[in-house]
Design a protein around this ligand. Structure first.
Ligand SMILES: Nc1nc2c(ncn2[C@@H]2O[C@H](COP(=O)(O)OP(=O)(O)OP(=O)(O)O)[C@@H](O)[C@H]2O)c(=O)[nH]1
Length: 259
């Protein structure tokens, strides 16, 4: 039955003026039967469709079915690969974040502890000499107090960038805390370390933290210590710290060695 006729009959049956008409009840019954038949026909068609699909499936050769399953499996594998890749990326990102200082992007103290410890173990097994240097920005408090914390942060980022940009790929630079930075120089003798740290000190002197030059030039004091076989991490760090405070006491803007 067309949709139009369907609507027309439904309207006639609903219209009160035909209530009591001798043909109305017959039409209503016919209409209901028609609805039931249409519903039954629809169900039969659905069953026939399913049967046809099942037949087609049975008629498919093993090779076709195998091909289809393989395609489904490949699709699943691709999805799982993508999922694993994003998990791996997330993992790498989290690890990277846990090793880095938020302000400067340099390695943090925790990461550096592990690296220095590993170098000490290498040295104890007869590895090559290595050095560390602890650097502290001179009179940094003045920058914070005079130009605000934001300018202080910017100055620290500039120092980090300068140090990081001038060391060798095998050297490591970390923000030790506050305005302190630590350098790890593997396979480096004391003479080599002093040459590098001196050049860093010189490079820092010419830094002007803001483009308009409103901040005073910055200087840093460094303490350098060479690691000895059998030394503990705490002993080595204490040596660099002593030397750095020696440099401060001697007038700042200099490099001192742990005797
Ligand atoms: N803006 C900023 N300031 C920091 C940060 N961490 C530490 N400081 C500041 O660094 C300053 C360190 O001051 P001090 O330890 O007195 O040393 P100093 O002024 O550098 O003087 P000397 O080390 O003796 O040359 C303090 O004012 C701290 O608040 C930071 O992440 N951002």
């Amino acid at each position: 039955m067309s949709d139009l006729l369907d609507t027309r009959i439904a309207e006639l049956l609903a219209d009160p003026q035909w209530h009591g008409h001798p043909l109305r009840d017959a039409l209503a019954e016919l209409y209901q039967r028609y609805g039931e038949h249409a519903h039954a026909l629809e169900r039969l068609t659905r069953i026939a469709d399913r049967y046809q699909n099942a037949e087609r499936e049975r008629g498919m050769g093993y090779a076709d079915r195998y091909e289809r399953q393989l395609r489904q499996l490949t699709r699943l594998l691709r999805i799982s690969d993508r999922y694993q890749k994003s998990l791996q990326e997330l993992n790498d990102e989290l690890r990277e974040q846990s090793e880095r200082d938020e302000l400067t992007g340099l390695y943090n103290r925790r990461y550096m502890y592990g690296r220095i410890e590993a170098e000490l173990q290498r040295l104890a097994r007869g590895g090559e000499p290595f050095c560390i240097a602890l650097g502290d920005v001179d009179h940094f408090k003045r920058i914070n107090d005079g130009w605000g914390h934001g300018a202080g942060d910017e100055a620290l980022r500039l120092v980090a960038c300068t140090l990081e940009g001038r060391i060798r790929a095998s050297d490591l630079c970390a923000r030790w805390g506050g305005e302190e930075f630590l350098l790890l120089m593997p396979q480096t003798t004391l003479t080599g370390a002093l040459t590098l740290v001196e050049s860093l000190r010189e490079a820092l002197k010419v830094l002007t933290p803001e483009p308009d030059g409103t901040l005073p030039p910055m200087t840093m004091s460094f303490g350098v210590a060479q690691a000895h076989a059998g030394q503990t991490l705490t002993q080595l760090l204490a040596g660099a710290d002593r030397a750095m405070y020696g440099a401060k006491r001697a007038g700042r803007d200099r490099v001192a060695v742990d005797a």
